[in-house]
Design a protein around this ligand. Structure first.
Ligand code: NAD
Ligand code: UDP
Ligand code: UDP
Length: 324
């Protein structure tokens, strides 16, 4: 299932250096985290995953069970934890309180053991952006009291805390602003648009388009993201860096690509949109290209079939997707 990546920029591919680090991945049993763990284990690192299985699932990591370089700890990052590691990829985060408390604890841990700390922030820090495409220097247009604010503002605070530990305590930090990402192991019913459309089309249900479907997003395949996260961690730059695929699609266009990939006769059903839904979103990735030598290599039309294969398998059994 894992997709080999072209390495942009002609630099030494990751995996050939830094063998044998001790790496903590919080949220490592989730969608992005589990793919990241695969890469870290493959290059020879020892990986500790801390996850409370709130949205993640052990099934995503089961292939590493029994590997002495892999360890899985059921733990909520809102509670302090003592570990000895060289690097921390901090991905755990369902909502604002976890963003703040969990990030604080992981920063505290990084400070105590002098580990390099990477936070997976989000394009949502740009809110409903007034600048298009979004560069990292844009401060965003976020409603502090809206229905989406808990996540957006939580991540903004997480970035703030990260920079404070960097400036005040000289902690080595990295900030990634991740744009919409899809791929195998995505939650079947996590409510995001790509997983919704794919699951709906496979189940022969209508695809639910919110609003008029003219809002845009830019969809990145998970292997491209993981490559970007690892380059960021290993590189010399704090960021923030936008990690996303600049290919921009309206939700109607996305529905068409899903129709082409799964079922030309899949139906579309319009639903009212949620409040404060960003009208458009597209990353400017010049900074990541320049400083990380990174850019996405998998287009939506190439990546979607890989996700469909995975979803088809999981839906055919309609296995229990919940819990650890
Ligand atoms: P996910 O829900 O699949 O993974 C998150 C993981 O964190 C899950 O395994 C969950 O069980 C775990 N977790 C949640 N709360 C926890 C807690 N309190 N303690 C321990 N573990 C906890 O989501 P994902 O798509 O893999 O996202 C990973 C990271 O990337 C998140 O920080 C997310 O905000 C960020 N991100 C993702 C996207 C995307 O499109 N997938 C976009 C922007 C940002
Ligand atoms: N922390 C943790 N693991 C560690 C070190 C710290 O979980 O190995 C937590 C600690 O409990 C605190 C947070 O990280 O809640 C911030 O720690 P820091 O030392 O930066 O702040 P302080 O405890 O001095 O307020
Ligand atoms: N969306 C949609 N149908 C769905 C789920 C989402 O049309 O079944 C729209 C949603 O209104 C938003 C876009 O798809 O404009 C992306 O939503 P998602 O939740 O995937 O990501 P985010 O809003 O966080 O970018």
């Amino acid at each position: 299932m894992y997709v080999p990546m072209n390495v942009a920029g002609g630099r030494v591919p990751l995996g050939l250096k830094h063998k044998g680090l001790r790496v903590l991945v919080t949220g490592g049993s989730g969608f992005v985290g589990s793919h990241l763990v695969d890469r870290l284990i493959a290059r020879g690192d020892s990986v500790i995953v801390v996850d409370n299985f709130f949205t993640g699932n052990k099934r995503n990591l089961v292939h590493h069970f029994g590997n002495p370089r892999f360890e899985l700890i059921r733990h909520d990052v809102v509670e302090p934890i003592l570990l000895e590691v060289d690097q921390i990829y901090h991905l755990a985060c369902p909502a604002s309180p976890t963003n703040v408390m969990g990030t604080l604890n992981m920063l505290g841990l990084a400070k105590r053991v002098n580990a390099r700390f990477l936070i997976t922030s989000t394009s949502e820090v740009y809110g409903d952006p007034l600048q298009h495409p979004q560069t990292e220097s844009y401060w965003g247009n976020v409603n502090p009291i809206g229905v989406r604010s808990c996540y957006d503002e939580g991540k903004r605070v997480a970035e703030t805390l990260t920079m404070d530990y960097h400036r005040g305590l000289k902690l080595e930090v990295r900030i990634a602003r991740i744009f919409n990402t899809y791929g195998p192991r995505m939650g079947l019913d996590d409510g995001r648009v790509v997983s919704n459309f794919v699951a709906q089309a496979l189940r022969k249900e209508p695809m639910t388009v919110y609003g008029d479907g003219q809002q845009t997003r830019s969809f990145q395949f998970v292997s491209d993201l993981v490559e970007g996260l690892m380059r960021l961690m290993e590189g010399d730059h704090v960021g923030p860096f936008n990690l996303g695929n600049p290919g921009e699609f309206t939700m109607m266009e996305l529905a068409k690509v899903v129709q082409e990939t799964i079922d030309r006769n899949a139906k579309i059903e319009f639903r009212p949109n949620t409040e404060d839904d960003p009208h458009k979103r597209k990353p400017d990735i010049s900074k990541a290209k320049k400083y990380l030598g990174w850019e996405p290599t998998v287009s939506l039309r190439e990546g979607l079939p890989q996700m469909v294969t995975d979803f088809r398998q999981r839906l055919s059994g309609e296995q229990d997707e919940s819990g650890g």
